[in-house]
Design a protein around this ligand. Structure first.
Ligand code: M6R
Length: 369
């Protein structure tokens, strides 16, 4: 049932283009209108929403962090993202005009479930983004948008993450549609870009041999650091989480802009640093800033592993290892940039002799608080 792969994780990584495409299937009509028919919250109520609050754990939380950039950019509605385990213990400000989005692959994560119950008690509407039909979280929510990743067996989440991103982008566009901040042309174009990113994932998957080789060469290291900015920041966190859970290595993700506020002290000779570089197109200020960061850490001995868009030549002189990802709109880059980090973690785990699908101390769904 592993379809010829050694591990479920490898199979699930390979299934990502299909998972993304399936999650997009039939969402937009010819007129460019999104119809998220599982999203049973009346448009009048969606128009009244004055804040979006996303609650989730682990990888799903990283999807939520990325969603915040899209929700605020596309809809101008303030969006908060919070670890579900922290949420209800701090008396969050909710009420009927807050839309709470609970993101969960399994739909059974206890912390996320308790957060959504708390939100509903405070009178907020809850939308679940979930991969498991009929699970507790969607059952207890007001509305649900299912991701169509198919069953995810490996403990480390891969294809579910990519489809959570797709679902979050769709919800953000839907909010923009209902509230009139996005035109139907724009929505159609964004959905087209989302579909193209499925091909982008396919392309990335076909170029992973050097990433595997690199991973094997790092098997005896103790630490790997990850840097990113904008939507690349949660991608860095996700890359680090994958490495922790699979390779049992000390892995940390940082916002690149924070380097000088502390983390740069960790840089020493030979420490591998994976940097997720934003697109240089449109003269992006962030791109230039991150190129300076790469220079700074390299000057201090870091071994730089640079994940950069095809055609980004500015990074070439400073990359000890260069991983190319296809050009996407800046907000959608996580769909392609996460994939090499999954492959990297999986290969490192294998090289270290770890159990890839069942890492130590972890369970696929965490049903206790
Ligand atoms: O089923 P959920 O999406 O609610 O699970 C949340 C986390 O437990 C999960 O993403 C966990 O972090 C994964 N093992 C990460 O690979």
């Amino acid at each position: 049932e592993k379809g010829g792969y050694d591990y479920f994780m490898l199979k699930e990584i390979a299934e990502q283009p299909k998972a993304v495409a399936d999650t997009l299937l039939g969402r937009v009509d010819d007129a460019g209108r999104l119809s998220l028919d599982e999203l049973r919250i009346p448009p009048e109520e969606v128009r009244e929403v004055d804040k979006v609050v996303i609650v989730a754990c682990g990888t799903a939380f990283h999807a939520g962090m990325i969603a915040k950039y899209a929700v605020e950019h596309w809809t101008r509605v303030p969006c908060e993202v919070e670890l579900a385990s922290e949420f209800r213990y701090r008396d969050p400000i909710l009420g009927p005009r807050a839309l709470v989005i609970a993101v969960s692959q399994s739909g059974e994560t206890m912390d996320t479930l308790m957060a959504l119950r708390h939100a509903r008690e405070q009178g907020s509407k809850v939308l679940a983004i979930c991969n498991t039909n009929g699970a507790t979280i969607p059952r207890e929510s007001d509305a649900v948008l299912y991701t169509h990743a198919g069953p995810e067996v490996a403990v480390a989440s891969t294809k579910a993450f990519l489809t959570q991103l797709v679902a979050c982008y769709l919800v953000a566009l839907y909010l923009g549609q209902v509230r009139g901040t996005r035109s139907s042309d724009d929505i159609r174009e964004q959905v087209r870009e989302l579909s193209r990113s499925a091909d982008g994932v396919e392309r990335v998957l076909s170029t992973m041999e050097p990433v595997r080789e690199l991973a094997r060469s790092l098997a005896s290291h103790d630490t790997v650091l990850f840097l990113g900015r904008h939507v690349g920041y949660p991608v860095a966190l996700e890359g680090a989480l994958k490495l922790k859970e699979l390779a049992y290595m000390h892995a940390e993700g940082f916002a690149a802009g924070e380097l000088k506020h502390g983390p740069i002290a960790l840089i020493e000779e030979g420490v591998p640093v994976v940097v997720v570089v934003p697109s240089p197109r449109g003269g992006s200020v962030l791109h230039d800033k991150i190129v300076s960061n790469i220079q700074e850490i390299r000057a201090r001995g870091a071994r730089t592993v640079v994940v950069a868009e095809e055609g980004d030549e500015a990074v070439v002189p400073y990359a000890d290892h260069l991983i190319r990802v296809p050009v996407t709109p800046p907000l959608l880059q996580p769909l392609v940039a996460t994939v090499p980090l999954q492959v990297f973690a999986c290969e490192l785990a294998t090289a270290r002799g770890n159990e890839v699908d069942q890492p130590r101390n972890l369970a696929k769904s965490v049903t206790v608080e």
